[in-house]
Design a protein around this ligand. Sequence first.
Ligand SMILES: O=P(O)(O)OC[C@H]1O[C@H](O[C@H]2O[C@H](CO)[C@@H](O)[C@H](O)[C@H]2O)[C@H](O)[C@@H](O)[C@@H]1O
Length: 252
Amino acid sequence: MTTETASADAAHSLPVPDHPALFLDFDGTLIDLAPEPDLVVVDAGLPDLLGAIQARLDGALAVVTGRELSDLDTLLAPLQIAGSGMHGLERREDPTGPIARPTQLPAISRLRERLGADRHVRGSGLLVEDKGLTITVHYRRVPHLKPVVEDLMREAIADLPELHLVPGKMLVEAKPFGDSKGTAIEAFLARAPFAGRTPVFLGDDVSDEDGFRAVAKAGGIGIKIGTGDTRAPLRLPDITASRAYLSRFLRR
Ligand SMILES: O=P(O)(O)OC[C@H]1O[C@H](O[C@H]2O[C@H](CO)[C@@H](O)[C@H](O)[C@H]2O)[C@H](O)[C@@H](O)[C@@H]1O
């Protein structure tokens, strides 16, 4: 059996609820990971697929991502969909409506200054992704620096109790306490067109575990993409399978 056939078989073995609300992580779930956030490739088929699902589900589709929503709009242009960015901090309930976001904490400015001055960061191959409300340090190009990044981020926020660290694939992110992908999904499920539907959430990374918890609580389905520990009850092997599963929402 080819890998492609195995992915298609896996996609067809999973259930699709009768009246679903679909929540999707982005990197590693809908597109392949790249060496840097700006180097990802979005094929033309993805906006087309998401736009068709958005119409088929009467708008009950949201992207729940660690990226900024404006970043996602650029990657999926001209498509806009409802969603939450920066792990629950940003919300856009109406696909073409405004993005709601809290004000930046002074603690993030302090962290920014510290990282800018850190000798480990400058010229090291590490990448600092400043999202305004959160700051991420990527070590994908220098994986041996993982323990250095973990230590430097732990120390950098040690006296900033408003912040905590979220690990991800080859990154460590500092963000304010409170919101998560789980709180974002719960908020969407409380309102139209998501309310009253069975939630399905696809994700691949640690921060997606909050989303899996939220959909389980609401009687829905969590699907982990790829390998790794998870609380999600179902799994798909890769992005090919993820996209094949999503196309089934058009055929219901
Ligand atoms: O919640 P997601 O939509 O999956 O976003 C999680 C993070 O995605 C991005 O980082 C990841 O993708 C990069 C590009 O492929 C890759 O270089 C990096 O190693 C991955 O962790 C994004 O840059 C982060 O801001 C998101 O939090």
